[in-house]
Design a protein around this ligand. Structure first.
Ligand code: NDP
Length: 303
């Protein structure tokens, strides 16, 4: 078997188009231009790249981007004051503080300070609680994107219905693993949540119709861990040495060993080009949702 590639770039472009249409309707019919505020503290190069993409794509979708680039030595008090200012600013619909923050800042305190109605990263406990309750809210972007991709894969087989499927989520972070497992449970999957203390991980993996790997360990999940025909979502982004490309060169790989998995799975997301593009598209979709909800408008179905 050679798995179908689940193309996150194409699906993300489609979602951004839906977001751009929704932004256009808001502007024409309600005179509202949704605004996303992005806060970057310090000069971490990966964070700078992520923030630049978020800013560019926000503008491309016809929304307003508000950027706050702060020096690395910014104090927690100053960052909290900025968050409060953005909370109070009526023209700001979404607030994203780029993580990770430096050690001198308590990121939990920053996340807690963000108005849950503007928490487009979906990390505030109020939004996390809404997932637990199975209520609509702002869902973290990466797991939200993964669910869209799984449903896309299952569209032909089950009409996108995931009921009764066995899913294994590898990793239990607040950002990815935990919300991912809850979202799949809310879709009526039977979910196993695996982590560093899980026994017989390979066996658990082999039972799963859907495998979501979010561990941060390059190529950890091997093809012979997978059930033939599984739907594989590889969240991992790991930079490894690539001497074949030249001295000192590197390349990105996922948490799944693509070369062996592709022979066993029915579908697999590539790295890069799988989950990554969906994350930003879902951030933009959350900004539309926040803009509508805050103003009492009906929230459009963004898929
Ligand atoms: P974390 O480091 O926060 O969590 C990793 C999880 O993996 C933990 O729950 C940990 O278990 C588990 N784990 C680690 N080692 C093992 C092991 N040997 N066996 C089983 N479980 C293990 O990572 P994140 O969730 O933030 O990110 C995971 C990956 O996803 C990273 O590669 C990251 O770069 C990528 N990522 C990609 C995004 C995208 O947009 N594509 C967005 C966010 C992340 P325990 O809890 O027991 O320690």
């Amino acid at each position: 078997m050679s798995a179908t590639l689940t193309d996150g770039k194409v699906r993300a472009a489609r979602l951004r188009e839906t977001v751009a249409n929704a932004a256009d309707v808001l502007k024409r019919e309600k005179g509202v231009e949704p605004g996303l505020a992005v806060v970057l503290v310090g000069e971490d190069s990966a964070s700078q790249v992520y923030v630049a993409s978020k800013v560019r794509l926000t503008k491309e979708c016809g929304m307003r981007s508000i950027e706050h680039i702060l020096p690395a030595e910014t104090s927690q008090a100053d960052l909290l004051a900025l968050v409060q200012k953005l909370n109070a600013d009526e023209s700001v619909d979404g607030i994203l503080v780029q993580m990770p923050l430096s050690d001198h800042i308590d990121s939990d305190a920053i996340v807690l300070a963000i108005d849950p109605a503007k928490d487009v990263d979906g990390l505030h406990p109020v939004n996390a609680g809404r997932i637990v309750l199975g209520k609509p809210g702002l869902v973290p972007c990466t797991p939200q994107g993964c669910v869209i991709l799984v449903k896309e894969v299952m569209a032909e087989k089950t009409g996108g219905d995931l009921s009764g499927l066995d899913a294994l989520v590898l990793g239990r972070s607040i950002l990815v693993g935990k919300p991912m497992a809850l979202l799949l449970q809310n879709e009526n999957c039977t979910v196993t949540m695996a982590h560093s203390c899980t026994r017989n991980l390979e066996e658990a993996c082999r039972r799963a119709d859907i495998v979501v790997a979010a561990v941060g360990r390059p190529r950890m999940v091997k093809g012979d861990w997978l059930k033939p025909g599984a739907c594989v979502i590889d969240v991992g982004i790991n930079r490894i040495p690539a001497p074949e490309k030249g001295e000192g060169k590197t390349r990105l790989v996922g948490d799944v060993d693509f070369d062996s998995a592709v022979d066993v799975a029915d579908s697999i997301t590539p790295v890069p080009g799988g989950v990554g593009p969906m994350t930003i598209a879902c951030l933009l979709a959350n900004t539309i949702r926040a803009a509508c909800k805050r103003r009492g408008f009906a929230v459009p179905d963004l898929g």
